[in-house]
Design a protein around this ligand. Structure first.
Ligand SMILES: N[C@@H]1[C@@H](O)[C@H](O)[C@@H](COP(=O)(O)O)O[C@@H]1O
Length: 242
């Protein structure tokens, strides 16, 4: 594991973006696993800057997002499709046909999960998977549980997750109760994982994820088993790891 702690968010964002654009520069056909949430926004902004400067192109790149809410219209500003458009896709030359996000409005959600896994299989191994971290240790929307599911599946969101994400919605009642998420098996199959964590409120869970027991009670703890894990932290999130 390569753990890097930054004293400024700008440096963290530039470093994260540099890892992603560096990969695409050397391998334009790279397959990227992308995350949403507040954490990667600054990194996506830096990627857009690099694209605008002509440093990187995404015409041949393929992306797979980790997750999507169930039942939220695609145009809703909090759908992960809208998030990706607003923060990244609208500003780069990645063909939309190569930008995959599970469809949380599919009439048959089980079939949608199976079809997402088929697309992942056809694409081959994800070269770089970007991850954020939930306060309860979730990755994607893989919530703590007695067992974790390997492939894409429907998940009932934990109350604490809905509360954490309520800040993006008008009220807790508007936060969807279910989501589709890539499974931990798919996440762990990525060649490289880039875990990004910011804020004092995540200090305890990142400490537990990286130094505690490997347990499905903390899905991020499974990342300890990954041979090529890069962790980018701000100094607040890293405060218990010194
Ligand atoms: N499903 C997403 C995760 O992919 C994200 O990494 C995490 C942290 O979000 P944030 O970065 O906003 O704290 O929770 C969300 O619920």
């Amino acid at each position: 594991m390569n753990l890097l702690t930054f004293d400024s968010h700008q440096k963290l964002h530039e470093s994260g973006a540099g890892i992603i654009t560096g990969l695409v520069q050397t391998n334009p056909r790279a397959i990227l696993g992308l995350a949403t949430g507040g954490t990667p926004v600054g990194i996506y902004q830096e990627i857009v800057k690099s694209f605008q400067q002509g440093i990187v192109r995404f015409q041949d790149t393929t992306t797979f997002n980790l997750d999507e809410y169930v039942g939220l219209p695609e145009q809703h500003e909090q759908s992960y499709r809208s998030y990706m458009n607003t923060h990244l896709f609208d500003f780069i030359d990645l063909p939309r046909s190569q930008a995959h996000i599970p469809d949380g409005n599919a009439p048959d959600l089980v079939a949608e999960c199976q079809s997402y896994d088929r697309l992942l299989d056809q694409a081959g191994q994800i070269d770089l998977q970007v991850l954020g971290l939930g306060h309860n240790g979730h990755i994607g929307f893989n919530e703590p549980d007695h067992a974790l599911i390997s492939g894409t599946h429907i998940v009932e969101l934990r109350e604490e997750t809905r509360q954490a994400n309520a800040r993006y919605f008008g009220s807790l009642g508007e936060v969807p109760t279910h989501a589709l998420t890539m499974g931990v098996g798919t996440i762990l199959k990525a060649k490289m994982i880039l875990l990004i964590v910011k804020g004092q409120d995540k200090a305890e869970i990142i400490h537990r994820a990286l130094t505690g027991p490997i347990t499905t009670d903390c899905p991020a703890s499974l990342l300890q088993t990954h041979p090529h894990l890069v962790v980018l932290l701000d100094s607040e999130a890293g405060s218990l790891l010194q």
